[in-house]
Design a protein around this ligand. Structure first.
Ligand code: C2E
Ligand code: MG
Ligand code: MG
Ligand code: MG
Length: 275
């Protein structure tokens, strides 16, 4: 009887654990070994100037291929890494790997503009972040003018005063700073004006179905106007169709990134985008 209860309880708890939390437990334990097992790598997606169609840079996008779990999306495992405190180690690995790639391209005489690295909220909040970036630049030898950091709007607005002073120190080094996923968070325009940033990335949710979706079309136009009024460059992400690119160009969006031009690729497959 007692045994049966035990079994039933076990079954009950197993069933009541959501699929999500089970997946998360598996992800958590696998993620601890990911760096050592060489299971992480970076793909690079070109960013193009809409007028000249030339490459102005590449966004480094993290990939995790676990031998048992397969390929896991960064939108799934980055939040897990933040939760279990692994984001600092992973973030540094990404920064170092991207900077080394830049140095390799430089020594091969390939012009890539800037490599953009995504920065998670907890990375920016760490007091050593600016010094960590400086150290990686010094150790890898990548000049700061070849680095861009992408920070999401919600992260910048979480603690805007800290963000302002840290971003200013990074900007003073010559690093370009972009607000990622712009429009999905809540920006105080007052802070946006004070942030030492160079570029707004229009989130792909607003790029979808322009110029046919009238709401998105209005939002995209408004973001371009707002950004330009603040003397910021504007890049649209998730550009998949020629109609989107034409509309963005007509409406003076500066740059674009998306499957229309190129999917994220391995560095050795990017020669067409490296002049
Ligand atoms: P994000 O920084 O906004 O990156 C853009 C995402 O859109 C990427 O997804 C990219 O592959 C995808 N994308 C690019 N062009 C298109 C397109 O034309 N259509 C569609 N549907 N999607 C497109 P990905 O690589 O899965 O990354 C998802 C998110 O994960 C990123 O969003 C970023 O927030 C995060 N992430 C990726 N790598 C890193 C990293 O190294 N560190 C941190 N902290 N976050 C990262
Ligand atoms: Mg990004
Ligand atoms: Mg983005
Ligand atoms: Mg996005």
């Amino acid at each position: 009887r007692a045994k049966n209860d035990g079994r039933n309880n076990y079954a009950f708890y197993t069933e009541s654990l959501t699929q999500l939390s089970l997946e998360h437990l598996k992800l958590q334990s696998a993620l601890y070994g990911a760096i050592e097992q060489n299971a992480l790598y970076l793909m690079y997606q070109p960013k193009l100037d809409l007028v000249t169609r030339k490459t102005v840079g590449f966004e480094a996008l993290l990939r995790w291929h676990d031998p048992l779990l397969g390929l896991i999306s960064p939108s799934v495992f980055i939040p897990v890494a933040e939760k279990i405190g692994l984001i600092h180690e992973i973030g540094l690995w990404v920064l170092e790997t991207a900077c080394r790639q830049g140095v390799r391209w430089l020594s091969d005489g390939k012009h890539f503009g800037r490599i953009a690295v995504n920065v998670a909220g907890q990375q920016l909040q760490r007091s050593s972040f600016v010094d960590d970036v400086k150290r990686v630049l010094a150790e890898t030898g990548l000049p700061a003018k070849h680095l861009e950091l992408e920070v999401t709007e919600s992260v910048m607005m979480q603690n805007p005063d800290v963000a302002i002073s840290d971003l200013k120190r990074l900007g003073d080094l010559g690093i370009e700073l972009s607000v990622d996923d712009f429009g999905t968070g809540y920006s105080s325009l007052n802070y946006l004006k004070k942030l030492p940033i160079h570029k707004l990335k229009i989130d792909q949710s607003f790029v979808r179905d322009i110029p046919f979706d009238t709401n998105n079309t209005a939002i995209a136009k408004a973001v371009i106007a707002l950004g330009h009024a603040l003397k910021l460059e504007i890049i649209a992400e998730g550009v998949e169709t020629q109609e989107q690119a034409d509309f963005l160009l007509q409406n003076k969006c500066d740059q674009a990134q998306g499957y229309l031009f190129s999917r994220p690729q391995l560095p050795q497959d990017l020669d067409a985008f490296l002049s």
